[in-house]
Every structure is written in C-alpha cells, then in structure tokens.
Design a protein around this ligand. Structure first.
Ligand code: NAD
Length: 365
C-alpha cells in the first residue's frame, strides 16, 4: 500500500540558454522590484554587472564580499548594505556561496530573491540556509530564503573549468541519490531524482570534455535543478552527514568531498535497499549500471577526472580515528542500514584510499 506525504515548494523556474540576458529584466519587473541589491563574488562581478545592465538605475547596491559557507560577519555586512540602500529585491549571480549570502539576508529581512546559478550546487531550489561562526556551520530551514524566481542559463556555466564542473555535478548527483532514502523521500521526489541522475550522467562527461558543449551543459544544469528540487523536499542522509562533519572539521573542499564520499556511502546502504539502489544504477545509464550504483558512481567520477580519494583532497590518515567519532556523534537514526562505528570506519577508510566499491553482486549485509 502506498502511503506518503508530499509538500511541494513554491517558486518559478525559467530554464533556457541565454535566459540570463533575455529574461532577467522581465522577471525583475514581474516582481515589481525597483531597488535591486546585486550579490556576487569578486570573480563573477563583471558577468553580473553585464547581466544586470538592462536593469539600469534599478540596481542600487553591489555586494561582492561573498565567502564560502557564509561567515556570520559577512551575512551581517550584507544585511547592513541591504538596509542602507533600501533594497526591495536580492539578485544573486553565482554558486552556492553567493546564493547562501542572499539567503542570509532574506532570513532576517524576508526580501525576495531572484537567483541566477552558475554552478550545480542546487542551493537556489531549497529553503535551507547555512552560516558559519568560528568554524562551526549552523543550518536551518525557512521559506523566507527560498528564491521566488530561479533563472537557469546553461551558457553561464561555459566558464566553469573541468575541475569545478565535475565535482559540482557530483555534488548535485549526491542530492539525487540521497533523495531516494532521505527522511522526506516520497514517490514524487524519487521520480525527480531519477530524472536528475540520468541528466547529470549524460551531460557531465560532455561538459568536462568541452566546456562549451551546450547540450552537455544544458543536461547537467537541468539535472542539478532537479537534484536541488528533490533534495529540498526529501532532505538528506548519511552521505550528507559525513560531508557536513568532514567539511567542518578538516576544511575539505565541498564539492570534491561529496564526489569522493558518495560511492562509499552508497556502497554501505546498497545491501539494505537493493531495489532502490538498482533504480539509481539504472538511472546512471548504460555502461555505468552493470555493477551497481556504488561502482557506477565511482566510475563516473573517474571518467570525468574528478577526485576519488580523501587523501588527495587534503585529509590526513591520522585524522581518520577522530573523524569516525565525529560522524558517529551525528549519525542519522533513520538511515536505511543502521549506522555503527564499524560501518562508518569502512566508509571513511574506503573513501580515504579511494578504493573502487565492490560490484553489487559480491555484497551482503
Ligand atoms: P561556490 O559558490 O563557493 O563556487 C565555487 C567557485 O566557483 C568559486 O570560486 C566561484 O567564484 C567559482 N564559480 C562559480 N561560478 C562560476 C562560473 N560559471 N565560471 C567560473 N567560476 C565560477 O561553490 P558551490 O559548490 O557552488 O557551492 C557550495 C556552497 O553551497 C557550500 O557552502 C554549500 O554548503 C552550499 N550549498 C547549500 C545548499 C542549500 O540548500 N542551502 C545546497 C547545496 C550547496
């Protein structure tokens, strides 16, 4: 018997190559905004100014002090600027850190956000905010931070170099995979996630090989959108918990860490939910599905030149014991397979050395 709760989130999505140049002004006008605060990194400032030029004197402020994981002092400065210029709309152009900065302003002011994502992080689809203080990240959930409009323009991702493209797409892949068994999972989020897995697996090899391959970019960004949408409703599981802990304790690069850990978190869960993981494997498509989801995800990371071992992205072997303890403190109680110390050690050691997960046929609980 089916039984589920599905709560859809509001929001308007415009997805089209070139949309950031042809449709942004119309979207701002539709919201009736007159005083736009533009939020962007120093690196993407030129692009954002170019995109917002048609808005002319409606852009009343520019905030460029975006930092990874939104330090509280950055959030405070951004809020002060929003207040000072009397902003009535936040326009963020960039990756998850930039979207996160806009969210930090909206959390206190409830100002509407238009997001123009330039990576595959997916934050623009979620009501989740995050901020850091003294290396500790706090996250929360608020409808106020969910962007009112998201303008997806695959052409904006042409400039993402392969070393960011691959891991950023695998970060989106992690949202899709965990959406299948996270606490809020339901048949609708699974459908969305399944489509997202296929789109990313089809798109990202082409996007890495030729950064201006519009079809590859479009598929990957479409997959990232679906990933964010599924994750926003379903939530996350053991994989995200591990990444949250490792990222906070050892300052590992966010998307790289997701890429490395995902196959091993999946390998851990695979024997407990074989049908679900078989669906994930099949969604990866031909050539990646035959030995199961974990092996398929590991092979995809290798195929796109993304990292596959924690030792290669800044983690030290002597930190493994402490990491097991830290993860156990946050271990989710509702993981499909009960999480214990042996299991966590297995995941972390395999991820540390970058071992290819065994084919699913050789696994048991
Ligand atoms: P990021 O925003 O820090 O961007 C990574 C790098 O890519 C930066 O140096 C940026 O300048 C550069 N960049 C961005 N777009 C580019 C482009 N088109 N061309 C060239 N360079 C470009 O990283 P991210 O991976 O996008 O986001 C990670 C952050 O997002 C983390 O803090 C994570 O916690 C957060 N996140 C939040 C949610 C949520 O729901 N709240 C979801 C996913 C991720």
């Amino acid at each position: 018997m089916r039984s589920f709760i599905y709560e859809s989130l509001p929001g308007r999505v415009v997805f089209e190559p070139g949309a950031s140049r042809t449709r942004l002004t119309g979207e701002v006008e539709q919201l009736g905004a007159e005083r736009v605060l533009l939020i962007v990194t120093e690196h993407e400032k030129g692009l954002a100014e170019e995109l917002s030029a048609p808005l002319e004197n409606r852009v009343v402020g520019l905030f460029t002090e975006v930092r990874p994981h939104v330090p509280v002092e950055v959030a405070e400065k951004a809020r002060e600027l929003a207040e000072e210029v009397g902003a009535d709309l936040l326009l963020c152009v960039g990756g998850g850190s930039t979207t996160g900065t806009a969210k930090a302003i909206a959390l206190k002011t409830a100002l509407p956000i238009i997001a123009v994502p330039t990576t595959y992080a997916g934050s623009e689809m979620t009501p989740v905010w995050g901020m850091t203080e003294a290396h500790r990240k706090t996250t929360g959930n608020s409808r106020d931070v969910l962007p009112k409009v998201v303008v997806y323009d695959p052409e904006l991702t042409f400039s993402l170099p392969p070393f960011i493209t691959g891991p950023s797409a695998m970060n989106a892949m992690a949202h899709c995979v965990e959406a299948f068994y996270a606490p809020g999972a339901n048949p609708i989020t699974s459908l969305v996630a399944e489509e997202g897995i296929g789109a990313i697996a089809r798109g990202v090899p082409a996007a890495v090989e030729d950064p201006e391959d519009l079809e590859g970019r479009s598929e990957t960004l479409y997959g990232a959108y679906l990933a964010g949408a599924a994750f926003a409703v379903a939530g996350s599981g053991i994989h995200h918990k591990i990444c949250h802990v490792l990222g906070g304790a050892y300052d590992l690069p966010h998307a790289d860490m997701h890429t490395v850990v995902l196959p091993h978190a999946v390998a851990f869960n695979e024997p407990a939910i074989p049908k679900t993981m078989d669906r994930v494997a099949r969604a990866l498509g031909e050539g990646l599905a035959t030995e199961g989801a974990a092996a398929g995800l590991y092979d995809l990371a290798g195929r796109i030149g993304a990292p596959t071992a924690l030792k290669d992205i800044g983690m030290k072997e002597e930190d493994l014991d402490e990491a097991v303890v830290l993860v156990m403190e946050k271990a989710p109680e509702d993981n499909p397979r009960p999480v214990n110390e042996v299991g966590v050690r297995g995941i972390l050691e395999s991820a540390f050395w970058g071992k290819r997960p065994a084919p699913v046929s050789q696994k048991s609980l």
